[in-house]
Design a protein around this ligand. Structure first.
Ligand code: UFG
Length: 349
């Protein structure tokens, strides 16, 4: 297959490209406008895999340039793995129009191109945010979705619905939405990992940057939840495992072209881990103590969510290989590499 990865320089997109190059014979090409990523990502992908990936620096919301500068140039594409989107929950509350415009128009323009250029398979980055504050844990794909807490969450839920409807109408096109839980860690080589622009929003990069002295504080948002230690529970899944699921998902679509229109899969480990347990796992894996502070709950956070992943396991043959300790070790190796290069690769805050 020839695969287009959108957001190929981003955190999960780049790890997916590495998985494709390391483990398959598929060709891959990327579109990324570097709005929250760095062109140097492709150097690191080349260092790890020995292969150079071509990237088109395009904005998916510009339909004509997407057609003229990518699809008319690149020729037939068999499948698209669509990561390119804005993803900061808090920012989406402040800038809802930006999020709806970017995430939904980007998806719609890609689907218009699927129709025009006969792209048959599509994988969509969704999120466990669609389950909201689910009463029963772990959540399965049959757990009812709930009105999301943020515009970001809505773009994922609406994106899923658009794909479901589109897949039902277009013969020879099929799609899967993958609902990520909390992606963490870095490539096992420690040579490539997450590098958000500005201050990170997510727990693990905040912990590694705090441990490196890049950030002044590490707040635990609430220790009064009804959980075993009072801190919120999430399902932290290694980014390389998430990446691998995309390749399996696309291959499943290609194999079952006429039987499967649309489906969704949870991508989590199946284990719920508290914030304090994440910090302890980091301390144990690295031997570094982190002096955190307990602060108020963060608005919009749910108390507990973790996945039942048996559907992906059964139907995609997906088995997460890495645990939380692997994630902490690789995230820390990557952070240490960044520490040696600070000022060169790091974006200003
Ligand atoms: N947390 C802290 N301190 C921090 C950062 C996070 O205590 O400095 C806590 C949060 O309160 C939460 C947990 O760590 O309990 C994980 O927080 P993240 O920000 O890393 O991740 P979220 O679970 O909030 O968000 C993730 C994805 C979103 C997605 C959401 C769905 O990043 O894209 O899951 O629940 F929408």
């Amino acid at each position: 297959m020839k695969i287009l990865v959108t957001g190929g320089a981003g955190y999960i997109g780049s790890h997916t490209i590495i998985d494709i190059l390391e483990n398959t014979e598929h060709d891959v090409v990327s579109i990324d406008n570097f709005s929250n990523s760095d062109a140097k990502t492709f150097d690191r992908i080349e260092e790890i895999t020995g292969k150079r990936v071509k990237n088109y620096e395009l904005d998916l919301t510009a339909y004509s340039s997407l057609k003229e500068r990518f699809f008319n140039v690149e020729g037939p594409i068999d499948g698209i793995i669509h990561f390119a989107a804005l993803k900061a929950v808090g920012e989406s509350v402040e800038k809802p129009v930006l999020y709806y415009h970017n995430n939904l128009n980007g998806l719609i323009n890609l689907l218009k191109c699927c129709q025009k250029y006969d792209v048959k398979h599509f994988i969509f980055s969704s999120s466990c945010t669609v389950y909201g504050n689910a009463k029963t844990q772990p959540v399965t794909e049959l757990t009812p979705v709930q009105p999301p807490e943020s515009p970001y969450g809505y773009t994922k839920l609406v994106g899923e619905n658009i794909l479901k409807d589109f897949s039902a109408t277009k013969i020879g096109f099929n799609a899967l939405s993958l609902r990520y839980f909390n992606p963490v860690g870095a490539h096992p080589s420690g040579k490539h990992g997450e590098l958000p622009k500005g201050r990170p929003n997510n727990l693990v990069p905040i912990v590694t940057q705090f441990a490196s002295g890049w950030l002044d504080e590490l707040n635990i948002f609430g220790d009064d939840y009804e959980t075993r230690d009072g801190t919120a529970i999430r399902d932290y899944i290694h980014v390389s495992d998430i990446a691998n699921a995309h390749v399996l998902a696309l291959e499943k679509l290609a194999e079952s072209e006429h039987e499967l229109d649309y489906d969704v899969y949870n991508l989590g480990t199946g284990d719920g881990v508290t914030v304090l347990e994440v910090i302890k796992a980091f301390e144990k894996s690295t031997g570094i103590s982190v002096a955190y502070t307990i602060s108020d709950r963060r608005a919009g956070d749910v108390e507990c969510i973790y996945a039942n992943n048996s559907k992906a396991n059964r139907q995609l043959g997906w088995n997460p290989k890495y645990g939380i300790a692997d994630a902490m070790i690789s995230a820390w190796q990557w952070q240490q590499l960044l520490n040696t290069k600070r000022g060169d690769t790091v974006h200003s805050e």
